[in-house]
Design a protein around this ligand. Structure first.
Ligand SMILES: [Zn+2]
Length: 249
């Protein structure tokens, strides 16, 4: 079995048998993978504390085509955002981001663009003057890269260009006033949030557009949650946790 080196973000780690752990992570070259870290819980293990959720790690593992789980050989911490241990808001936002990675990334599929967005999102959180308002743009980049870009410049039902004021999680787009009475499960969409999302999705440069208010942030996270829960067919628990942290309008 070939030994391969990669770097990865840790999504979660859980105990396995007496002394081992299963590490679920998102690797730059190998995509979302699971690794078994044998003996990691023995007192002498050098890599025991390396696999904290959200950390970026250098990994060496035995790769085998078709295997569901690979065996880890070595690991080393590359970067961690210490503020995630002390700031509940940052922790809640990062948890939602990583739950989307976990649900949205297909197994073993390389997604260098998503990896880079994740790296930038976490580096941004290390800044002294970090503002929570910058997080939604990263979520938009993420969901777009995963194939869930919301369509907001025209109606998702009739296809006509429109200033949509409602969002349909099932169709993944805005719905115009004429089509609205015939649709169910729609979420109201403020013009401020719609304009923010359109601008942020069009602009993928170094400057990350912040949302304009706390209300816009909670409206955004609620919309993304409803949209993705529909498509992933599961509750996103971290979204509920996050929405209890941000004041509701
Ligand atoms: Zn329409």
């Amino acid at each position: 079995m070939p030994l391969v080196t990669d770097e990865a973000f840790v999504i979660s780690a859980s105990d396995w048998h007496e002394t081992s752990r299963i590490i679920r992570c998102f690797a730059r070259a190998h995509g979302r993978i699971a690794l078994v870290a044998k003996g990691i819980r023995k007192p002498k293990s050098r890599i025991g504390s390396t696999f904290e959720t959200f950390s970026r790690v250098q990994i060496v593992f035995y790769f085998r085509t078709g295997a569901e789980i690979f065996t880890l050989k070595e690991a080393e911490m590359v970067e961690y955002v210490p503020e995630l241990r002390t700031d509940l808001r940052r922790f809640a936002i990062a948890s939602f981001f990583f739950e989307i990675l976990d649900r949205g990334l297909p197994l073993h599929e390389r997604h260098e663009d998503v990896f880079e967005i994740t790296r930038r999102f976490l580096s941004d959180m290390r800044l002294d003057g970090w503002r929570p308002g910058t997080a939604p743009a990263y979520f938009l980049y993420l969901v777009s890269a995963l194939g869930f870009a919301p369509r907001l410049d025209r109606c998702a039902v009739c296809g006509q260009p429109a200033d949509v004021a409602f969002f349909d999680p099932a169709k993944g787009g805005g719905v115009c006033d004429s089509c609205k009475p015939h649709e169910t499960g729609l979420i109201p969409l403020s013009s401020g949030l719609r304009d923010f999302m359109l601008t942020a999705m069009a602009q993928k440069g170094e400057e990350v557009l912040p949302v304009t208010s706390e209300n816009a942030a909670s409206e955004f996270f609620n919309l993304i949650r409803r949209f993705l829960e529909y498509h992933f067919e599961t509750e996103l628990k971290s979204a509920g946790f996050l929405l209890r942290q941000v004041p509701q309008s």
